[in-house]
Design a binder for this molecule. Structure first.
Ligand SMILES: Nc1ncnc2c1ncn2[C@@H]1O[C@H](COP(=O)(O)OP(=O)(O)OP(=O)(O)O)[C@@H](O)[C@H]1O
Ligand SMILES: [Mg+2]
Length: 298
């Protein structure tokens, strides 16, 4: 596994400061994973039929194509500062950002993005590329918000679903790489149906349900804990809204990890309501895991 070959970590850059934060996070991820880093700038202008070169009489380094190349060159240099041992390639790919990055994600170990980019408007929490790639990418997605902090725990949201168990594994792996504590959070409000046709009792014993929820949390963590004995785990059972609890936890976290969908999600839904809310409001970087089988230690 120390070969620096295999599926790369991919990061999207658009020339914004936040995309450079994403590049630094992606370089660290590539180093943890012993994978190459691929820096991609999607270049929309050839599709628009506008001139791509410098204007007549203007300096030779002007024009849209040169600007796109500079955005990639700058990102490659930034990655080299963070992880000089990681092989890096930088490419300008003609096309719209979302389409280009989703195609890249098909062959990626992880895709990394900023929550915002160059466009949008002040106060927008998530740009359109970040929204669409998070919802559709085949690979796990890491959305970086600001300069990542190196301290604080890795936090994972647990709901007992298959994808949340995968997210727990992903979070264990991250905690091991980062030498961080892992906090596994399971929030619950009321007894919830777990399958179609489930009938809930009108009167129930809250303590019995609390025990049930505690069991869900413990079981989700147990198997992974054996595989990552070096990781210290804290289990947090919270009576309250899961999205609110996870956004709160993200204040002090170095990373939050969630499954794309949970126990309650409708078939075909791309992001569950908790993942959707936390994606918009988290204070920390957020990793979203969409498929089982992403964790290396088994
Ligand atoms: N042209 C692009 N090529 C590669 N990656 C991109 C491109 N545009 C955006 N990204 C990636 O997506 C992240 C989020 O940018 P996004 O475009 O979604 O936000 P925005 O520019 O603030 O809003 P919007 O473009 O929707 O008005 C960026 O930090 C970057 O990682
Ligand atoms: Mg944009």
């Amino acid at each position: 596994m120390a070969s620096n070959t295999g599926a790369p970590v991919v990061v999207g850059v658009d020339g914004s400061e936040i995309a450079l934060h994403a590049v630094r996070a992606a370089a660290r991820e590539a180093a943890y994973r012993h994978r190459p880093l691929r820096i991609v700038h999607a270049f929309i202008w050839p599709l628009m039929g506008v001139p791509l070169g410098p204007a007549p009489g203007a300096p030779a380094e002007g024009g849209l194509r040169n600007q796109a190349e500079r955005c990639v060159t700058e990102a490659v240099a930034e990655a080299g500062k963070v992880a000089p041992e990681v092989p890096v390639t930088g490419v300008v790919v003609d096309g719209a950002a979302t389409a280009v990055l989703l195609a890249e994600a098909r062959d990626a170990a992880l895709i990394v993005l900023g929550n915002r980019g160059l466009g949008g408007f002040a106060g927008l929490l998530l740009g359109s590329v970040a929204v669409q790639v998070s919802a559709h990418a085949d690979s796990p997605v890491l959305v970086v918000r600001d300069e990542s902090r190196a301290d604080g725990p890795v936090v994972v949201g647990v709901d007992g679903s298959e994808l949340s168990r995968e997210a727990v594994g992903f979070a264990f792996e991250q905690a091991a790489w980062r030498g961080a504590e892992l906090v596994a959070v399971h929030a619950w409000l009321y007894p919830t149906p777990v399958g179609p046709g489930d009938i809930l009792p009108l009167v129930y014993d809250l303590d019995a349900f609390r025990e049930e929820e505690e069991r869900t949390l413990a079981e989700s963590v147990a198997g992974w804990s054996e595989r990552y004995p070096e990781v210290t785990v804290r289990r947090r059972l919270v009576r309250g809204s899961p999205a609110r609890a996870l956004v709160e936890e993200s204040r002090n976290a170095q990373l939050v990890v969630l499954g794309a969908r949970g126990r309650g999600a409708l078939g075909g839904l791309l992001l569950g309501s908790v993942s959707h809310a936390v994606l918009h409001h988290a204070h920390s970087p957020l990793a979203i895991v969409r498929k089982v089988g992403t964790v290396t230690r088994s």
